[in-house]
Design a protein around this ligand. Structure first.
Ligand SMILES: [Fe+2]
Length: 385
């Protein structure tokens, strides 16, 4: 997060004496990335954050490929993923490669009896349905429909939902998730041509400090295993922190689309970047205003990337038979484009209400059985006249 933030009490100078009311010391922890070269935060605990009591069972949650080498365009009916009580159990990876796992989740219950951290990957959650609060060791972020939540790897969190009707699109990224570099200046500040800026981010707030000893279950994802660890103190015992490495939220509704006289390419919708994939937000916007413009996209060959489009809401001008929660996968190497009739029908249209999230990966994606279970099986033939 290219933004400095702090919450709670911290000493004036780092790595110096910082005492509790009883005269004992706080325990400082550097929470950093990319060795000591990336973003970091410096936090102050009531107790040592290293007090492991037991290491219990480990579950293998590595995704398995049902389709290893995909050349078909696919249409997956995302809302057919079954709702389940537990947040982690409800998370189903549908598409993956060595850089990124894309998944869906329909959790019914809040996470209350354990804590979770993903040490393998940054997580990007998109809230399609539901609302609640992301609770972390660095503070809380309330979320609602349309929010992206960026959770850096290693962040301990719980997630709390306001109701049982929740639908999430998840991305686990094995590379750090940033906002696009071209929208930031040399200092990291968002530039004037950026479709969003610092004011749009939801930063952690309401830091809760728990001074509790006992047995605290933490499920730690590492190397595709979900390790069950028992810690001796409450993981949310931070009295204060500052720095740049923290979770944050961003509402897709705050993305200000960039439009033009003729069709603008997908990068104008880019919201996040990594070294291995990008995430774009397709938001309600005015169409191209050249008198001869064709608003629907041209056929295109994304030779170098698989394209995943998650349809959130609104009408989709270039597609037929698309409903909310549907996911199209257009694999690298073959062209795709507007469905028959939609290219012509888009001429003269003034705007669109479409809302969608796109994930373009630079390596091909494999499909899991969970994806095959919701695959319509015939989408690849849907351009035939
Ligand atoms: Fe495309």
């Amino acid at each position: 997060m290219p933004l400095y933030h702090k919450l709670g009490k911290i000493p004036q100078k780092r790595h110096t004496i910082f005492k509790k009311e009883d005269g004992t010391l706080h325990y400082e922890q550097l929470f950093g990335t990319i060795g000591f070269d990336g973003m970091s935060s410096l936090m102050y605990h009531l107790h040592r954050p290293t007090q492991v009591k037991e290491v219990g069972k480990s579950l293998d949650v590595t995704p398995r490929a049902a389709v290893e080498h995909n050349i078909k365009s696919r249409l997956l009916k995302g809302l057919e993923i079954k709702a389940q009580d537990d947040y982690l159990v409800s998370r189903k990876t549908i598409l993956f490669n060595s850089d990124v796992h894309v998944g869906l989740a329909a959790p019914r219950k809040s996470m209350t009896d354990y804590f979770y951290k993903n040490t393998d990957a940054d997580e990007l959650l998109f809230i399609h349905k539901g609302s609640g609060t992301l609770k972390t060791m660095l503070g809380e972020i309330p979320f609602e429909y349309g929010d992206y939540l960026v959770i850096p790897r290693g962040m301990i969190y719980q997630i709390s939902f306001d109701s049982e009707d929740n639908r999430l699109l998840m991305t686990e990224s094995y590379h750090p998730i940033y906002t696009p570099k071209r929208y930031r200046n040399w200092f990291g500040q968002h530039l004037e041509h950026s479709p969003f800026c610092e004011r749009d981010f939801k930063l952690p707030q309401n830091l809760q400090t728990h001074d509790e000893k006992g047995e605290f279950l933490m499920k730690v994802k590492k190397q595709g295993q979900l390790h069950h660890m028992i810690y001796a103190t409450h993981p949310f015992d931070v009295v204060g922190w500052d720095g740049y490495n923290f979770p944050y939220g961003f509402s897709i509704h705050n993305f200000e689309p960039i439009t033009g006289r003729v069709h603008q390419p997908p990068p104008v919708h880019q919201t996040f970047e990594t070294s291995a994939f990008v995430v774009c937000s397709f938001c309600p916007r005015l169409y191209d205003y050249h008198p001869q413009s064709i608003p629907a996209p041209y056929n295109h060959s994304n030779i170098d990337s698989d394209e995943v489009l998650y349809y959130v809401d609104g009408d989709f001008m270039s597609r037929k038979g698309i409903d909310e929660g549907y996911i199209s996968l257009h694999p690298a190497g073959i062209p795709h484009g507007p469905h028959p009739g939609t290219y012509e029908a888009s001429i003269g249209k003034k705007g669109t209400e479409e809302l969608a999230v796109m994930i373009d990966t630079f390596k091909p994606l494999k499909l899991t059985q969970a994806a095959m279970d919701i695959d319509d099986g015939k989408y690849y033939q849907s351009w035939l006249e």
